[in-house]
Each structure stands twice: as C-alpha cells, then as structure tokens.
Design a protein around this ligand. Structure first.
Ligand SMILES: Cc1cc2nc3c(=O)[nH]c(=O)nc-3n(C[C@H](O)[C@H](O)[C@H](O)COP(=O)(O)O)c2cc1C
Length: 228
C-alpha cells in the first residue's frame, strides 16, 4: 500500500516568467499547534525561502482569520467589479486576496482533510478567486494566474491509497485539481499527501504507525525537492 502520493502536472509557464519570486503560504488547519499540514507547509516555506534570499513572502492563516462566506452583493461585485452595496471591508478583502495570489510566483497550501474534503475555510478563499477575471478556457488558458507554481500539502487521518477500504473517497485532490485548473493554477501543480496521521492518535491504529511515519518522511522529502 502506498501511503504517500505525490502527483504533479506540468504544462505551459507564463506567469512565473514575469513575476518576481514570491511565496504565498496558506494554512487552514484548525489546530494552532500539532498540525501536520502546518509543519509541512512551514517546512516547504523555509526551504523555498532559503533557496531564494530576498524573495517576497506572505503567510495567510485561513483558520485564524477565516474569509467570510460569499453574500449575493459580494459575488455580484466579484462578477462585474461594480459597487453592489457590499460592505467596504468585503471589497477590500476580495482585492487583498486577489492581489496576494497575483503577486505570488509560488503558492503552498496546507489543507487538512475534513470529512473527505477540504476545510470550508479553503472553499471560502477559493470562492473569492474563481471569478471571470481569473477563469481560463477549458483547454487550459492562458489566464492572469497561468504559470504560478502551486504545491498542495494535505494531511489525513486515514489512507485513501489504491487498495485501501476508502479508495476513491478522497474529495480533496480531484476537486482542487479541477478548481485550480479553472483559474489557471494547474500549470505547475503538485500534491503531497501525509496519510494515516490518526495512527499516532488512536491506539487501534497503532499497527499502522510505521506506514504513517513512512508517509510523513516521504512528504518532507517531496517538499524539499519541490522547494529547491
Ligand atoms: C473536523 C475533522 C474532520 C476530519 N475528517 C477526516 C476525514 O474525513 N478523513 C480522514 O482521513 N481524516 C479526517 N480527519 C483527520 C484529519 O484529516 C487529520 O487529523 C489531519 O492530520 C488534520 O490535519 P492537521 O494535522 O494539519 O490538523 C478529520 C479531522 C477533523 C478535525
């Protein structure tokens, strides 16, 4: 059984060629400490920044400062840029989130698995970005975000690898792959999964600890390579 899977997509590159090196680092775990995704995303960020002294860096914590759900007025404003009576702070937030993504040459996204999917905080962040301004044609673009490198680091209590009882229940990677592609963020996209994190928590999963350790070690290794 493979407990760590890393998958990449390499297509055209346009955005990175024109963007100064800058890392956007996002976390979404509700655990301020002891979070596997936070540790892994921080590991990637440390290696990435060490390799690029002076590069830009922005960290956004989607759990500590959740992006509010869309309202009709906010969505209308995202669609046409006009004033629809949304509170000024909502417009400012949409603009700040967009500016952060547009300025980034690389994005690392720490995404815990919650109920077989992404945290709602990540969905709320995506809801501000999936707008006509960023959408690319179904054949792949290009769009204003095309060419950005994206690394998605996930952690999950169980395993979703081929041959496991819940093979096919991973609704993180397929969804993120499609939604990121829709806004041009799949040209250079890698997924790194740390699986079986519950093995260290629940005694009934103790026999799976060696697999969990292997998965975590492979995730660190993949991230160092991707950050180089
Ligand atoms: C609300 C919640 C829902 C979860 N749902 C799942 C799940 O569907 N499948 C799974 O394998 N693990 C699930 N887990 C376990 C987490 O994915 C696991 O603890 C992971 O390590 C969380 O990331 P973190 O360590 O960065 O906090 C869930 C945890 C929480 C808190």
């Amino acid at each position: 059984m493979t407990t760590t899977q890393e998958t990449t997509t390499q297509e055209t590159t346009t955005h990175t060629a024109t963007t100064a090196p800058s890392l956007l680092h996002l976390d979404a775990s509700i655990r301020p400490t002891g979070s596997v995704t936070r540790e892994l995303s921080a590991h990637f960020a440390a290696h990435w920044r060490r390799a690029r002294p002076g590069a830009g860096y922005v960290h956004r914590d989607l759990a500590a400062e959740p992006v509010p759900h869309l309202t009709h007025a906010v969505r209308e404003a995202l669609l046409d840029g006009a004033d629809h009576g949304e509170p000024p702070q909502e417009r400012a937030l949409s603009e700040a989130l967009t500016a952060e993504v547009r300025a980034a040459s690389t994005i690392v996204l720490g995404v815990p698995m919650y109920n077989y999917a992404i945290p709602s905080t990540v969905k709320a962040w995506l809801d501000r970005l999936v707008t006509p301004a960023h959408m690319v044609a179904p054949d792949g673009g290009p769009g204003p975000l095309s060419g950005t490198s994206v690394v998605v680091v996930t952690a999950r209590g169980g395993s979703y690898a081929p041959g496991t009882p819940r093979e096919g229940w991973d609704h993180q990677e397929p969804y993120l792959r499609d939604v990121l592609r829709s806004i041009g963020l799949a040209d250079d996209l890698a997924f790194v999964h740390a699986e079986l994190t519950h093995a260290n928590v629940f005694p009934q999963m103790a026999s799976l600890r060696p697999l969990a350790e292997k998965s975590l070690a492979a995730a660190y290794e993949s991230l160092e390579r991707l950050a180089a």
